[in-house]
Design a protein around this ligand. Structure first.
Ligand code: PGA
Length: 243
């Protein structure tokens, strides 16, 4: 917890504003920066805020590059529940970011290993991620790095836990429709980001947030590795704040 800055906000909308401040500051100082993006319900207020700030002329995404954390294996980019589709609908279609400057792992790749290696190479060619946005799963996952006996390093294929499949079934017609595998940036990929902003809202995340930043660093709580990152800002609402 020594390096982590904590900003406690009243509600998800205020979280969106505070998190947007971090992006605005980066994009103003480095217009061609590389941002790492996340899906899930938590970042939605942030994306709304970023869209309205660009409309208001405060941010310009035209030179920004973005790399997403993860994608479901087996879903096409235009599948309603794919993370590519989520990003288009919740952010990319409403800002000036160039399509060729947004990357999301390819859920349909036949050679998954080669696709993962190319994903890492692309991020490296861009000069690495300047600011990585993270949510957190109830089991402590970041991206889709689930609890394991080690910290996976690079972008790779993962088997989703029952807890994650259960949490994500709300987006699908039935639990059987939730993909069982995904492609995710590794813990090493995430830790290589120069700056990390984690957003967490809701009382259901309080316990895992406590384990993450106030418990031991262990691959059983993948997000706990963030205690070793030198530049993490945790933005959480009062309901999720564990202290
Ligand atoms: P959520 O997902 O924001 O929808 O809770 C977070 C995550 O699973 O990483």
């Amino acid at each position: 917890m020594i390096h982590t800055r904590v900003i406690v906000v009243k509600n998800p909308d205020e979280m969106g504003v505070k998190a947007a401040d971090q992006f605005e500051a980066l994009i103003q100082s480095k217009p061609a920066c590389v941002i790492g993006l996340a899906t899930g319900s938590t970042p939605v207020p942030l994306y709304k805020e970023l869209i309205s700030r660009e409309k208001a002329g405060k941010i310009d995404f035209s030179r920004v590059r973005s790399a997403n954390l993860d994608e479901y294996k087996g879903l096409a980019p235009d599948h309603p529940q794919s993370y590519r589709k989520f990003m288009q609908e919740n952010l990319f279609d409403h800002i000036s970011i160039k399509p060729e400057n947004t990357i999301v792992p390819d859920g349909l790749a036949e050679d998954v290993e080669a696709m993962c290696a190319a994903y890492e190479e692309k991020i490296e060619a861009w000069g690495g991620v300047d600011l990585q946005l993270l949510g957190i799963g109830h089991d402590g996952h970041i991206g889709f790095n689930e609890p394991e006996d080690h910290f996976p390093t690079m972008t790779h294929e993962v088997k989703l836990t029952d807890m994650t499949i259960d949490a994500n079934k709300r987006f699908f017609e039935s639990i059987d429709d939730v993909p069982k595998y995904a492609i995710s940036m590794g813990i090493g990929t995430i830790m290589a980001a120069k700056q990390i902003v984690m957003v967490v809202t809701g009382a259901d995340k309080k316990d895992i947030l406590h384990k993450t930043f106030w418990g031991p660093v262990t691959p059983e709580v993948p997000a706990s590795i963030l205690q070793f990152h030198p530049n993490v800002t945790l933005i959480c609402d009062e309901a999720a704040y564990p202290l």
